[in-house]
Structures are given as C-alpha cells and as structure tokens.
Design a protein around this ligand. Structure first.
Ligand code: DAH
Length: 335
C-alpha cells in the first residue's frame, strides 16, 4: 500500500500540464470525488491497524501535492495566456491619451513674474488676506473718510462703531503687506508680495470681486524715481519682449509721492488701446513713519501690479471672468 502511494505521488509530481485541457484532466484524475486519491481514502478501512497511521499520512500528502500542483499550474497558465495576448497587441497603435492637469493661467503668469523679479534680486513675501483697518488703510496714509473705505468697495469682515475695536476687512490691495514687512524688517528691503485682493464691485467683463496683485517694495538709502522707472521698464521688456509699447504717466495714491501709473498698448498699431497694468511711486514719508522706518535716512519705491491685466496682455484674453469660470476649454488652451 505504501508503495502504491509513493507511485501515485510520483505520478502527480510529473504529470504534464501544459494547457487548460490537461489541467482539467489532472483535476478529474486526482482531485475529483471519484479521482484516484479519494478512491484510496475509501480503502483506508482495510489497511492493517498498525499501518494505518503511516498510510493515512501518505494519502494526505498525496492529496496536498495534487492540490498544490493544480493551483500552481492554473496560475502559470493564466499568466502565460496574458503574456500571449500582450505579444499580439498592435504595437504601432498610438498610446491612449491620459488627460493631465496643468497650472492655471494666472498661476503661470504669477510664476513668470516671480521668476523675473527673482532675477532682479527681489525676495518673495506674503501677508494675511483678512486685514485690519490700520494695515489696509490708516498706515497707508488714507484720510479717515477716504472713499476707498466706503462699503461700496470694501468687504467688511467685522465692522464696529466702537473706536477701540478695529474694523476687519478682506484686503482691498496687497499694499498692507508693505507695512507688515517694514514693521518686521529694517531696510534694505527688496521684496515682492503676490496675492489675492477683494473688492465689492459688480462683476463685468472688466471687473471681478476678487483679483490678484504683485506688490513690490524697495527701500534703501538713495533710492530714486530713476530706479523705479528702470525697474518697471526692465520688467515689461522681460515679460513682453523688448519691442513692447509702454508709457508712464502721473497718478495719485495716498501712500506715494510722486505717483506713476504704467500702461501697455493692447492690440494692433491702428486699432488698439492703452491698458493700465500698475500703480507705483515713491513711498510717502508718512508711510515710513507709521511702520517704523526712518524717513530721514531712507527712501523707497513701491508698486502694485494687476496680475489679471498682465495675463490679459500676455495671452490676449478679453474677459476677466474667464479666469474664474474654470471652463476646461479655456484652461486647456494654456497647457
Ligand atoms: N494699492 C494700489 C491699488 O490697489 C496699487 C499701488 C499703487 C500699489 C502705488 C503701490 C503703489 O505700492 O506704490 O490700486
């Protein structure tokens, strides 16, 4: 009996299984209820008592071996059919296109601006979007009843009649970051401060209730208007190419004196118009005083650029709302 078991094991171990049919034959032969292994178990009762343990053990081993071979052969066959299917694929077919995301137009524009100013030696800083009245207005030399403080333009987060409690606003420009910068750092300062700003304006082709600015602040001894002009002109040439058509004209801001605004020509030679991209100027001594910088010792320039405007000119977009609608057909054009 033990010899029979040994022979059976041998047969199980060497049985040839090279395809699905042979696998099925193997199963019927050794693993099915009427298969040879089960038949042997039926005979166990007639084995002499003293041999029973050894025979039973041998039979179990045969059964396990058969199961193991079956499982392994099954997996092998599945893998090889998969390989065969791959080998017959048409390798000349183009690969399926997996859509991948890309950076938003505004992010791309901001990154480009940051790169240019980084090359010009500016560091990058930021500040909070919820600001207090002092940083957003007072320290920037806005008179107490300036129209920009009006609820028409400003989103108030906390409005209070008690003069001891400061109003909180969504910042209406990135200029308050200048104040925070000077409160925390003594000159020389040469930084840009990009970020979101908010204004309570009706949505139209030209305005939106949120937009982006890149603020700049350059404070040192002997900084002049010539430095400001030179920096702005270098920037627009790097951004739009050396043949960009620009103009600088006088402007007014409470926090700069003198103030300048910069326009870029948009459209063709004959059929175009000036588009304002930034406000700038020499930092007003009152602003230095409010933020702890000595106006006798230092001078400085500052600007606030409109990122949407810069992007509109760069990419020929004519409606500011398209930046915020997230229409995939718009976004895909700028991959
Ligand atoms: N904060 C101004 C605005 O939002 C822009 C601006 C003008 C910023 C002149 C400046 C500046 O730093 O010097 O309209």
């Amino acid at each position: 009996m033990l010899d029979d078991i040994k022979a059976l094991k041998e047969e199980i171990a060497t049985y040839s299984i090279t395809n699905q049919d042979e696998l099925e034959e193997f199963r019927l032969e050794f693993l099915s209820r009427n298969g040879r292994v089960q038949s042997m178990f039926k005979n166990l009762g007639s084995v002499a008592k003293e041999d029973r343990a050894a025979v039973g053990k041998g039979m179990n081993e045969a059964k396990q071996l058969a199961q193991k071979r079956f499982d392994e052969a099954k997996i092998n066959l599945e893998e090889s059919t998969a390989t065969i299917r791959k080998a017959t694929d048409d390798l000349t077919l183009t690969a399926p296109v997996t859509p991948i995301g890309s950076l938003h137009t505004l992010t791309q524009t901001m990154d480009e601006m940051k790169n240019i100013f980084y090359r010009l030696g500016f560091t990058i800083a930021d500040g909070p979007e919820v600001e207090d009245d002092f940083h957003n207005f007072t320290a920037l030399n806005f008179p107490p009843n300036h129209p920009a403080r009006d609820e028409q333009d400003t989103f108030f987060v906390r409005k209070n009649d008690d003069p001891d409690v400061m109003d909180l606003v969504l910042r209406t420009h990135t200029s308050p970051v200048q104040i925070r910068m000077m409160e925390n750092t003594q000159p020389p300062i040469r930084s840009i401060m990009p970020g979101r700003v908010y204004r309570n304006e009706a949505v139209s082709q030209k305005s939106y209730f949120l937009f982006h600015q890149v603020e700049a602040l350059y404070v040192d001894e002997n900084v002049s208007v010539a430095d400001l002009k030179e920096t702005l002109i270098t920037f627009v040439k790097l951004m739009y190419g050396s043949d960009v058509k620009y103009r600088l004209r006088p402007g007014f801001f409470p926090f700069t004196e003198p103030s300048l605004e910069m326009d870029i020509w948009w459209g063709s030679e004959k059929d175009g118009k000036w588009l304002e991209i930034l406000g700038s100027g020499m930092v007003d001594p009152n602003v230095f005083k409010a933020s702890g910088v000595d106006p006798e010792k230092y001078t400085g320039f500052a600007w606030g650029m409109g990122v949407e405007r810069i992007a509109i000119l760069k990419y020929g977009i004519d409606d500011i709302r398209t930046f915020y609608e997230n229409d995939i057909r718009f976004l895909e054009q700028f991959n």
